[in-house]
Write a protein that binds this ligand. Structure first.
Ligand code: GLV
Ligand code: GLV
Length: 324
């Protein structure tokens, strides 16, 4: 019999979908909004594989609803914080994800967010449309440039490394990073490994690319924002939960830091009456780090191939599996 695969969204790039269609029976949540938990609980019951997104929380309760035939969960994301990895491991289920192929796109967006925030691009464009451009003015819409600055990258993984490489041609003076160990890749941009405290107190721009885990949840708290320079700009392209958002809002309101650029926040989507939306010194994007057309297509294909490898009895040939 053909294997059954649950797909938790209706608008998956078709290249990934058709790969699965050739070999499996698909159960698709055919909407462009996240599958409700009750639907996930009932639809996972008899499937062999799950194609999910970062909006789907897969925990003990969901896994208990699945049958013992469930062999693979493949997420169309590099982040894994929505998956309870211990619960998955205890059931010997394979986990697929999509590293590397989204590194360029996400790093590019981090740089875009940094430039938009420091050079006040979004704020300035809104001012123009609102008729506030009265004349060329020496002090209007000024912000710090990148040349000569110190950039701190929190978590020098694939994305952090690429961001550093992209920033080098902007003539930043120093790139600091935190990481569990010295990274050979940092040589290419003369990156200096420092403690988090040193990074926070010395950086003009702080860019967060570290993965969200129980250890990094809430790591940017009141204390962390207090250690930053008064002109610091804070960029987050990882997960909103890495930040104590109340502490960030307080820092932005009191101008104890200069500005923030966020591709991730809590909750997502952010309600339109949220405090963050009232701040001029904050650029907010709707979690679009990997949103390049080509990249999203590759992510769908990789996710499909992660599932097919396991279903065909060759988990060792998964394009990207997590070693649990
Ligand atoms: C995006 O946030 C991802 O994890 O792929
Ligand atoms: C994090 O997942 C990274 O790729 O840096």
């Amino acid at each position: 019999p053909r294997s059954k695969v649950l797909i938790t969204r209706g608008d998956i790039p078709s290249a990934g979908l058709s790969l699965l269609q050739e070999q499996c029976d698909l159960i698709v949540w055919n909407e462009t909004t996240p599958i409700p938990r009750s639907e996930l609980l009932s639809k996972i019951v008899d499937v062999d594989g799950v194609f999910c997104l970062l909006t789907d929380k897969i925990d003990e309760e969901i896994l208990s609803a699945a049958g013992s035939q469930l062999k693979v969960i493949a997420t169309m994301s590099v982040g894994l914080d929505h998956l309870d990895l211990n619960a998955i491991k205890s059931r010997n289920i394979h986990v697929g994800y999509t590293p590397d192929i989204l590194t360029d796109a996400t790093s590019e967006l981090a740089v875009a967010l940094l430039l938009s925030t420091s050079r006040r691009i979004i704020e300035a464009e809104h001012a123009l449309r609102a008729g506030k451009w009265t004349s060329w003015s020496p002090l209007w819409m000024c912000g710090p440039g990148l040349a000569g600055s110190t950039v701190g990258i929190v978590g020098l993984g694939r994305i952090g490394t690429r961001v550093a490489e992209y920033l080098k041609p902007f003539r930043v003076e120093k790139i600091l990073y935190t990481s569990r160990n010295e990274k050979a890749a940092a040589k290419t941009f003369n990156g200096i490994r420092v403690s988090l405290n040193d990074l926070l107190s010395q950086s003009d721009f702080i860019i967060v690319t570290i993965a969200m885990t129980p250890e990094t949840r809430g790591m940017f708290d009141r204390d962390a924002f207090k250690k930053m320079k008064k002109n610091a700009i804070f960029i987050n392209v990882s997960r909103g939960e890495i930040v104590d958002q109340f502490a960030l809002i307080e820092a932005l309101k009191s101008k104890s830091i200069r500005a923030a650029g966020l591709d991730v926040m809590t909750p997502e989507p952010i309600p339109l009456d949220h405090e963050l939306l009232k701040l001029d010194n904050c650029v907010l994007l709707p979690h679009i780090g990997s949103a390049s057309t080509e990249v999203r297509e590759k992510m769908a294909i990789m996710t499909a191939n992660n599932i097919l490898a396991v279903i065909n009895g060759k988990p060792e040939s998964m394009p990207a599996s997590l070693n649990l």
